[in-house]
Design a protein around this ligand. Structure first.
Ligand SMILES: Cc1cc2nc3c(=O)[nH]c(=O)nc-3n(C[C@H](O)[C@H](O)[C@H](O)COP(=O)(O)OP(=O)(O)OC[C@H]3O[C@@H](n4cnc5c(N)ncnc54)[C@H](O)[C@@H]3O)c2cc1C
Ligand SMILES: NC(=O)c1ccc[n+]([C@@H]2O[C@H](COP(=O)([O-])OP(=O)(O)OC[C@H]3O[C@@H](n4cnc5c(N)ncnc54)[C@H](O)[C@@H]3O)[C@@H](O)[C@H]2O)c1
Length: 479
């Protein structure tokens, strides 16, 4: 590769041409390693380095989840005969523990890139002006950039619905999204959470565990309504025992009250809260890019259209992660970044993404984890299914965890025609870890028969709940 960097000035400021231009420093930033040392590289980032996951997503939220788990454990002590109780939280200390770890990582990421001789970092928002030509709006004016190869990795952002009174409430500083809720100054006494998906369910648990009175609202009749119905139902029941759930409800209007907010929820009445968290989904940032006229196609949901090699519909332009995926998860964005990285380096030997068995987990209490089809999806596809559900309460480690059957479960589905797993759905402690052997079995096309008995499972570890689920599934296949 030859560097064609130049610095011709134009009306819009200095022009730069690169071998590679990366837009966004979430998973996009992982592409540039020492194999690109002889490429000239431009990187554009409009906020902190590291993207959503590091700064406003997975990592800080899971640090709060672990803190919330400590609070729950303290409150649960007496159930085990232990004299503990939960006495409240030093919120600024909790928050600062998280961001004193994270913020230096973001700064360090930027400094590292800025220190590389072949890389130029532009702090600003990029938008296209032509074929692989863009302008970056920075604090110091506009910079024109162009490149032989462009990687679009600009992610997404929370959806803010258009609801009466919301703007006034936001102007009063009482409305948050996942972008801001983790940096607030004080633990709210009462929190309204609009949305019962991933973000809503994780934050409802965090704040409820720390002592906030939570009211959670969702338009659907179940929380996590896209999960397998058995899991969604039990998760909803457990959450409903812990905080105020208003399901099948619309947030129709928000009203400012003395020091707080009144949420008008149609048939679900009203709720008084101090702060509101909007968690009604995320949208891709394609609208910031001025893609019209570039040949880069976007679908109805605003996702940049890519093929199996992560190529967009425009020559030399790639996309990855939340801007283009149907699975807006960090492990997917990272996988796609590895594919783009390989394909940039080996244009004669393109690799294809593997989206066959994308797992996911919700880090609430209890945890939820899943891979493959739900029972409903499998039946819709007309599969001849064998299904088995193993309860945690019926394995040795489950006895240690719970006195009665709390409904924690491992549900596994197999296709009788192939003898292979087609889905696994877990609800309970460590679900996000326990699901891994099931992902592995599906990814490596291992038959269900022999999966349990063909290996040792440590006794009395919680993994026996997965072993027993597979034994039960094998019996169901043979029935
Ligand atoms: C609260 C929360 C918790 C989450 N938890 C998990 C989890 O536990 N597990 C999991 O797998 N996933 C989780 N996710 C999802 C995960 O964060 C995303 O899937 C992942 O970060 C997407 O990575 P990305 O690189 O595609 O985009 P991002 O990480 O969003 O990076 C895009 C970058 O592009 C920048 N940018 C945007 N537009 C422009 C522009 N025009 N010019 C220049 N720069 C621009 C942005 O500032 C950003 O830094 C969570 C998300 C949230 C919100
Ligand atoms: N643990 C994780 O992996 C994790 C955690 C957080 C976020 N994420 C990612 O972020 C994405 C976005 O998460 P999210 O929770 O914002 O979206 P989501 O799509 O998971 O859930 C949105 C919820 O809001 C509800 N809703 C939508 N509009 C509403 C309205 N007007 N009133 C009431 N309810 C309404 C929907 O019924 C749905 O239950 C997820 O799809 C996921 O990919 C992942």
């Amino acid at each position: 590769m030859t560097s064609q960097q130049d610095s011709d000035r134009t009306d819009a400021g200095p022009a730069r041409h690169y071998d590679l231009l990366v837009l966004g420093t979430g998973s996009g930033n992982t592409i540039v390693d020492d194999r690109f040392d002889d490429w000239s590289v431009g990187i554009v980032e409009r906020t902190e380095f590291g993207g959503t996951c590091l700064n406003r997503g997975c990592i800080p939220s899971k640090m709060f989840v672990v803190t919330a788990d400590h609070a729950c454990d303290a409150a649960q002590g007496p159930r085990f005969g232990v004299h503990t109780r939960y006495d409240g939280v030093d919120w600024p200390a909790v928050r600062d523990r998280v961001f004193d770890r994270i913020d230096p990582q973001a700064r360090g990421g930027r400094e590292y890139r800025e220190g590389l001789v072949n890389v130029e970092v532009h702090a600003g928002t990029a938008r296209f002006t032509g074929e692989r030509r863009l302008v970056v709006e920075t604090e110091h004016g506009e910079v024109q950039v162009s490149a032989d190869q462009v990687v679009i990795a600009v992610g997404g952002r929370p959806v803010v619905p258009d609801i009466e009174g919301l703007e006034e409430a936001a102007a009063a500083g009482l409305v948050h999204t996942s972008d801001t809720i983790m940096r607030i100054d004080a633990l709210p006494h009462r929190l309204g959470v609009i949305g019962g998906g991933y973000v809503g369910s994780e934050f409802a648990n965090i704040f409820a565990s720390l002592g906030t009175e939570v009211v959670q609202v969702d338009g659907q009749d179940l929380l996590l309504s896209t999960q397998d119905a058995d899991v969604a139902r039990r998760f909803t029941e457990i959450s409903g025992e812990r905080w105020d759930l208003r399901l099948g409800a619309e947030l129709e209007r928000v009203e400012l009250t003395d020091g707080g907010l009144r949420l008008h929820l149609g048939e679900q009445g009203t709720a008084e809260v101090d702060l509101l968290l909007l968690a009604v989904g995320r949208r891709p940032n394609s609208d910031l890019l001025d893609l019209e006229g570039t040949g880069i196609e976007v679908d109805d949901a605003g996702r940049v259209v890519v093929d199996e090699q992560q190529r967009t519909t425009a020559e030399g332009v790639w996309a990855l992660g939340d801007i283009s995926t149907h699975h807006p998860l960090k492990h997917v964005a990272n996988h796609e970044a590895r594919i783009v990285q390989h394909n940039l380096l080996h244009p004669e030997d393109l690799q294809t993404v593997d989206h066959r068995f994308v797992p996911q987990a919700v880090f609430s209490v209890p945890q939820v984890a899943a891979v493959g089809l739900t029972e409903e999806q499998a039946r819709e596809q007309g599969l001849d299914l064998a299904v088995f559900t193993q309860h945690y309460a019926d394995v040795a480690h489950g006895w240690a965890l719970e006195e009665d059957d709390s409904g924690h479960l491992v549900k596994v589905l197999a296709d009788r025609a192939t003898g292979r797993l087609v889905g696994a759905h877990l609800l309970g402690p460590q679900a996000s870890v326990l699901v891994q052997p099931l992902i592995q079995a599906m990814s490596f096309d291992q038959p269900v028969r022999g999966l349990a008995r063909g290996q040792y499972w440590i006794h009395p570890a919680l993994s026996e709940v997965v072993e027993n689920a597979l034994i039960g599934l094998e019996a169901a296949l043979d029935a």
